[in-house]
Structure formats: C-alpha cells, structure tokens
Design a protein around this ligand. Sequence first.
Ligand code: RUQ
Ligand code: CUA
Length: 763
Amino acid sequence: MKSHGKRTASWLIAAGLGLAAGAAWSADSLQDVLKARGLSQQDLLAAAKTYVPTGKRDEFVAFSSGGQSGQVIVYAIPSMRILKYIGVFTPEPWQGYGFDESSKKVLAGGKIDGKDITWGDTHHPAVSETNGEYDGQFLFINDKANPRLAVIDLRDFETKQIVVNPIFKSEHGGAFVTSNTEYIIEAAQYASPLENKKFFPLEEFNEKYRGGVTYWKFDRKEGRIDVAKSFSLELPPYSQDLSDAGKGPSDGWSFTNSFCTERYVGGIEKGRPPYEAGCSAKDTDYLHVINWKKAAELVAAGKAKKINGHNVLMMETAIKEGILFLVPEPKSPHGVDVTPDGKFLTVAGKLDTHVSVYSFEKIQAAIKAGKFESKDPYGIPVISMKDALHTQVSLGLGPLHTQYDSKQCVAYTSLYVDSQVAKWNYCEGKVLDKISVHYNIGHLMTMEGDSTKPAGKYLVALNKLAIDRFVPVGPLHPQNHQLIDISGDKMQLLYDMPVPLGEPHYVVAIDAKKLKPAVRYKVGTDSRTDKPHPGAVRAGEEKVVKKGNKVEVFATLIRSHITPETIDVDIGDEVTINLTNLERAQDETHGFTVSTYNVHASVEPGKTVQVKFKADKEGVYPYYCTEFCSALHLEMQGYLLVKPKGWKPTKTTLAKGNYTEADYKATVKKVADTQAIIDSVVAYITSVNYKDFPDVVAMVEDAFDQLGKTKGLKEKHEGFAAKKDWENANLWAEQIWQYQVKTADLGLRAKTYLEQNGAKKVK
Ligand code: RUQ
Ligand code: CUA
C-alpha cells in the first residue's frame, strides 16, 4: 500500500513537471508509407476523407439496428468509429441494463403473455422529427420477431420504454414516425388472428387471419408512448411490410407495402409448393394508402372496436369512411420511401427491375374523383397503377430501398441482386451513376436521408454478406457497412466497417450538432423513470435499515469509496442496495457489483440505482466499483457479510496496523509535497485563459471540489497525533493525500488539455 502510494507520488511529480516524453513521429515520408503498405493514391484520398484526427469529432452520428442482438449500435461518420451499444430488448451488462431494478422494469415492459423475452430482432430505428426534420430528441426501434417497440431518450441514450403490440404476432414495418412524431407507425408482417391466443386453422386464413398497421401515440413531454391513445387499423391478410409517413403535402397520410397478397399458405412438407413460390405468383402486390389523421379522429369519435383492450379501426369502417385505399405495385415490392418534398413515393420492386415513383397528387385526384379500377376481396377500393404513377425507372436487379440526397430529385436505391447502389433522378426518371458494393446490399442510408432535409455527403451501404472482405473469424462473418462519398457526381467507396453484433437492418444518421446529451443527472435521479429515486441520499445521510428479514442500504459512491464499506446481513435476508453517485464531474461513472449475486449497476454522475437480491448463501462477498474511476479504483471496495443462523461474535476489534510516528511524519511530508505540485498546476492554469474552455472550467471545479473534502482532516490527524495515536493520525493524513491525488489528477488533465488546445497567457 505504502509503496504503491510512493510510486503514484513520483508519477505525479514527473507529469506535473512535464517530464513525460511525447511520442515522436517516425521519419517516414508519405511516399514511403504508401509503398510499404501497398496503398494507391485513391486509397490515400479515401483515408483522408474518413480520417478524424485524435481529439476531433465526427460530423454525423449513426444509430444502427443491432439486428438479432436486440440492441442499437451508435457509430460516427465518416470515421466509422463505434461509440456505444444501447441495450434495448436485451440485457446489457456494462450499462447495468437488466441487472438493476429500474432497468429490469423497462425490460419487463417487453414481456409477452407474462414471459420474459430477452432478445429482439431489431430492424428499423427512427429519430424523432419536428416538421419532418430530425430533432435529435428520441429514437425508436422495432422488434420484428416479438412485435414490440422501444423508446430511447437521446438526452442520455437510455431505453425508457418497451411496448408490446396488442394485436400482432410479428411486425416489420416500424418504426416510422409522422412529421411531428405524433405517431410511430408499426405494420404487421405475417398475418395472424388479431385476438390474442385465438386459434384458427390455416384453412380459414382468408376469413380469420388479418394484418394491420398500429399508430403508437407519442407523448413528447413525457417522452413515452401513450398506450391508451394508440390505435390500429385492421388490414387484409397481406404481408404488410415497410411503411413511411407522408410529409409536406402528404402529411397526415401513411403508406405501407405488402407482399403475398396472393394470401398463399405453404406446406412444402405436405407436398404443396412452398411460400416463396405461392407468394410471388401474381405480377403485383398492393401499396396501402391510409389517411391516419382521419383514422385518429374516427377512433376518438368512438368508431373503433376493442380487441385485446386496444382500439382497432375495422376495415369495414375505414372503407366506409374513405380513409383506406390500395394501389398495385410491381411484384413483391420492398421499401416505400416518401421523397423529401412529400410529393412522391418510390417503391422498389425486389423481383422487378423497376423502381416505381407514385405521385401523391395523382393518388389524391383519383380518390377525389372516385376513380377506382376495382375492389380487393375485402372491398377496399383499388386505384389503378397508371392513374397513380409518376414514372418508372429500370435500375437493375433486386431494388430494395431508397434514400434521398440534399440535391434536388436525386435518390439512391439499393440493388440486392446486382450488389450495387444506383443513383438516379426521380423527377426525370433517369439513372445517373452506379457503384458496386460488397455484397448483396439490403438497406442503404444517406445523412438524414429520409427526412424533409437530407444532408447529402455520405451514404452507407448495409450489406447482407461480407464473404471475403475481412480477416476470417469463423463461419459466422461480421456484417459489412460500406461508407460511400456522394458529394460529387460519381459515387466513391471510402471504407469497409465490420459490424460484429447482429444483422443491422437499417441505420439512421443525424448531424452530430443536433444531439445534446447530458453529462450528468440531477443528483438522485432514477434515469429509467426520469424521476427522483426514492432510494437516493446525500453525503452523510448513508444508512442501513433493517426491518425483519429486509435490509435496505442507502449508499453513496464518490472517488474512491463506497459508503458504507461493510454490510452485515443474516442468511435469508432480502437485500436492497440503493447507490447514489455523488460525482458532478464528467465521465466519473462508478459501477457496482456484489460477488456471485448477479447484480450490476452503472451509476453515472448524479444517478441513483437500486440492486436487489436474496442473501441466500452464507459467506463473505466482496463488493466493488467496476469502472476504473480513479487511481484508487481498486480500493473502492467493501464486504457483504452473510452470517449463518445463530452466529455470535467472539472478537470485537479489527486488527491494527503498526504505524509509527515516523510513518505519520512521512505522510505529512508527502501531503506538503503534493500540495506544492497542485499549487504549481493551479498557477499554470490561472496564468492562461482557461475560462475560455468550458471542459477545463468543469475540471477545475471538480478539482477544487475534491480538495474541499480535506476540510477538517488536518485538525483531525493533528488531534490524533497529539494523543500519539499514530494509526489514526497517519490514516487521516493519508486520506488528505487521497483527495490531493484526485485534485492533482484533474489539474494535470486540465493542464494537458490547455496545452493541446492552444491556451494563451493572460496577464
Ligand atoms: S427490411 S428484412 Cu428493413 Cu429491407 Cu427488414
Ligand atoms: Cu469508482 Cu472505480
């Protein structure tokens, strides 16, 4: 312990005096490097376009579906550096998600029929919008396998809510938001009876199975979905697929693709042709055109039917009220994507080489004129394709999804079979450029490319296969996201990024400047409810309350101790530990775990988290902070003592250390030396314009906060010294040094920051 302290002291001195050697650049010239690494000029250009120098930040932040991991992956563009995984449908230990009580409650919102579902097939993330533009406040994502939708608050990048679709058994066409995030759209995929747990044989598919679209009402002030105000629209048992909300002139409407309008039921095991054959037999499927604004009014007027306690507007009502229409679209279509101006919708053919551009104006004209070519078997009016089409463009094989550029009329469509991205003009209906990707692209994404104001610049191709692109890591390959420069006339491939967490179906990217996440919580906040946590305490209020076999601990965390440092319980006690992080400093998160009790908390500055378990095994269980938060992180520890039945103490004092007067004097000297370093760092900081750097101002505040904690300790150690209690005298002096170390650590960090960011001398 003592020698560790000494080493730290000399390290501090070295750093404080600026003796640490800086890394020197090797003498290679650019040409040498190109030659040695076998790089071309083109590679160099691509590298320069993606490289974000140390200390600098990226321009865009991407939120990627984490596929089967049930999480969200956050990465930055153009560097393609991964910033974070957000636990959504799946427990995520680092963030304590699913290991502390509040986050368990969020996950419990995703239980279906009383059962935990601890994975998700996440597909489509969506950023909240204001007037059709990304506003950076919330993120939504769906789970296709278990029809659920999650709300993530971008103020802290935490999942706040999971809702289960009350009538579907799967859902693919979500999450898509309306222009002002009034609703989050979620369309069913595989038709099934809407009434939960009702059985109907496949022979009754046409009569009893149904699809639909759900409109989840979003309460922006609460930051939560309002389940009671949400509703669905019953639709035929066509496999409703991707959706999009109208914008501008088409605001108030939504569009949902479908496939398998054949309503074919397979049975390959019985000798029937399989689904894939029967579901692609017809030349066209249907685009559903829905007036959601009117639908919401009808629901409010009591015209919906309750199914599983949820408001469902039945097809019959929707047809009668004139809010539901169909338009044929080429064979097994996939994406439907409304143009930034809201005037057109592009639909990709998947099994057709065309992208079809529908005109919203023409669709409206047909509706107004009552001009329909037919009705589907359920009586829904069908607008003819030619009455609705603006143009069709042959792009290539397997068109799937479309995104838009900041340049007028320019769109990009992924071509799955061709493994290409096509750049084309949707106003004039002509192809502009094509680029090969590797391999078999699914979605693609441009910056804010599905909003009313796409930002252009970059495109990411989300390829379904990586095959030979990376160092092999076994039969399961990473996914491959490829970054493409779209700023010029020709697209240019810049970078391959392996994604090793699941198949990300879709990504959205937002201008990084629009995100303003907090660095700390108001002290005592339960981050999952945004409310004060009942278990929060302030410094000095820590306590252990025992009632019968229930033990509740109210603890605090701050560099580098957990208060309390011992927790005594009897075997069988139910233990609840509330932990409040008292730090105000940026990035001073403490973690918490108790050996072998499967609890873990991530306690960011200001947060209060609760963990709970039954102390059902006698023994000694260390608990500690799991984040390397300070030089004395390893010492941020304590013991949970689980005593057996009837145990009585025989020894009542702790072992003493052998501290002498000389030890005490040495510690006092160390304190004085360290104070001199602190003073010199403070002198440097105050000699420059540190007040112009908000991050430094925060560090300086934190440093003085740490130093402030030494108040009264000098009197304390001197008091013990007067009584020749060298143990207490030495240890309380040592505690001053602990706070000094943290102060100096912060001061040095601030000094380095100032030196690297061009701080200027002030008089
Ligand atoms: S879709 S398969 Cu977004 Cu192309 Cu899910
Ligand atoms: Cu707190 Cu480590």
